[in-house]
Design a protein around this ligand. Structure first.
Ligand SMILES: [Zn+2]
Length: 368
C-alpha cells in the first residue's frame, strides 16, 4: 500500500476546525483520520486534535488508545527519525531513528491531552530505556512528540510529578521532543490486534496489557461493544445494511465479530444474558436493530438466552444451516444479517418456538 506523509497534514488538524462527516471507515487513510468521528452528526463542526506517542510496539499502543472515549482514530506509524518514508523493515534495524508511534486523533471536548498523558503512562513502562518487555531497540523507546508548547509543558509536568511522587521504582526515561513527521505504517500493521487477536503475541503480550489498561480507565472507555466507532449502529434506522465482513472486522470487537460474522457459538452458561430476568429490550449488538422484548424471554436450561418470538416479524431472518451434520435453522439479524443463533421447536406456548441466541450478539437496554 502507498504510504502517506501525514506530518504536515496532522499539524493542520491541530490548528483548524474540521467538519466531521458521517464516518466511512473504508475511505483512504487520510480521510478516515478526519472522518473518524462516528458520533458527530453530519455538518457538525468538531475540532479535533492530535497526540503522537511512542510506547513500544505500536500494535499494543493502537489497541489501547482505541479503547478511549473521545479518541476518533489511531494510526500506527513511525515518528522521530531522519529517513523519509521508512519501511517497517528499515525501522526494525534501528538505523532510521524512528520510534514505533501512534498518531492519536481525538476530540478535546471528550478527552483532554492530560487524560491522554495519564493513559500514556499506564500504557507502558516509561522507565526502561529503549525497551518494552522483550522488544529491544531505539524503535521501542518511550517518547512524546509534542505538537505545541502546551503539550510540551504538560508532558514535562507529568514526568516531573510522577518522578517526584516516585510513581515508579526507577526514574522515567521518556523523551519529549517536538513533532516533526509521522509516516503511517504499512496497511498490514494497522489494527493488528483487532484483526489478529488470537495470535500468540497478541494473546500473551498485548491482551494482558490491554486488560490492565481497561481496568485503570474503566470510566473512560468506549462501550463494551464499541458503538462509538460503529457508524452503522442505530436503534431506530431499519434500512437494510450491506457491509462486508472485511469492514465489520475493522469495527467490531474480535469476540463479537467471531460470533456475529463467522457464526462462532459462545460457550453455554458463559454469556451475559442467559439467566437474566430484567425487563427491557434486546437489540442487535452489531447494528442496533430491535430484536426481542424481555416479555418473550423464558428461562431455559440450555445456557443461552431464549425467546419465544421477536418484536417484529422482520426483526430477524432465517437460513437453513446444515453444518455439523445437523439440520437446523439459523437466525440472523434482519437488518445486518449477523448471526444471532438458531431457532428450535421446543419452546413454550403459544409459539412453541425457542430462539436460542448468543448473548454477545445482543445488546440489552433495561426499561427505565
Ligand atoms: Zn444487526
Amino acid at each position: 500500500m502507498k504510504k502517506f506523509v501525514l506530518g504536515v497534514f496532522f499539524l493542520l488538524i491541530s490548528t483548524y476546525p474540521l467538519y466531521a462527516a458521517v464516518a466511512s471507515v473504508a475511505v483512504a487513510p487520510i480521510a478516515a483520520g478526519v472522518a473518524g468521528g462516528a458520533t458527530a452528526a453530519p455538518g457538525v463542526r468538531v475540532k479535533l486534535d492530535t497526540a503522537t506517542f511512542a510506547t513500544g510496539c505500536f500494535w499494543c499502543t493502537q489497541a489501547q488508545f482505541q479503547q478511549l472515549k473521545g479518541v476518533k482514530k489511531v494510526f500506527a506509524g513511525y515518528s522521530g527519525g531522519h529517513v523519509p518514508h521508512p519501511t517497517y523493515q528499515q525501522v526494525c534495524t534501528g538505523a532510521t531513528g524512528h520510534a514505533e508511534s501512534c498518531n492519536i486523533i481525538y476530540d478535546p471536548a471528550q478527552i483532554t491531552f492530560d487524560e491522554l498523558l495519564e493513559a500514556f503512562f499506564v500504557a507502558h513502562d516509561p522507565t526502561t530505556l529503549n525497551r518494552q518487555g522483550n522488544d529491544v531497540g531505539t524503535q521501542y523507546r518511550s517518547e512524546i512528540f509534542y505538537h505545541n508548547a502546551r503539550q510540551k509543558e504538560r508532558a514535562l509536568y507529568y514526568i516531573a510529578k510522577l518522578n517526584k511522587e516516585k510513581a515508579y521504582p526507577n526514574p522515567i526515561v521518556t523523551q519529549v521532543e517536538p513533532f516533526t513527521s509521522f509516516y503511517v505504517a504499512e496497511h498490514y500493521q494497522q489494527d493488528y490486534y483487532n484483526l489478529h487477536g488470537t495470535q500468540p503475541y497478541c494473546r500473551h503480550v498485548i491482551q494482558p496489557e490491554l486488560e490492565k489498561f481497561k481496568k485503570v480507565f474503566a470510566d473512560k472507555l468506549i462501550s463494551a461493544t464499541g458503538h462509538e466507532n460503529n457508524p452503522y449502529y442505530s436503534n431506530t434506522d431499519i434500512k437494510h445494511l450491506y457491509v462486508t465482513n472485511a469492514e465489520w472486522k475493522k469495527i467490531l470487537p474480535p469476540a463479537l465479530y467471531a460470533t456475529a460474522r463467522e457464526a462462532a457459538t459462545e460457550k453455554a452458561f458463559t454469556g451475559q444474558y442467559w439467566n437474566q430476568n430484567a425487563k427491557g429490550t434486546y437489540y442487535c449488538a452489531v447494528c442496533g436493530n430491535l430484536l426481542f422484548r424481555s416479555d418473550a424471554k423464558f428461562s431455559s436450561t440450555c445456557g443461552w438466552p431464549s425467546f419465544m418470538e421477536p418484536v417484529r416479524k422482520n426483526s430477524v431472518i432465517y437460513r437453513a444451516d446444515n453444518a455439523y451434520g445437523m439440520k437446523r435453522t439459523e437466525v440472523l439479524c434482519g437488518r445486518c444479517e449477523s448471526h444471532l443463533g438458531h431457532i428450535f421447536d421446543d419452546g413454550p406456548p403459544p409459539t412453541h418456538k425457542r430462539y436460542c441466541m448468543n448473548s454477545i450478539s445482543l445488546d440489552f437496554h433495561p426499561d427505565k
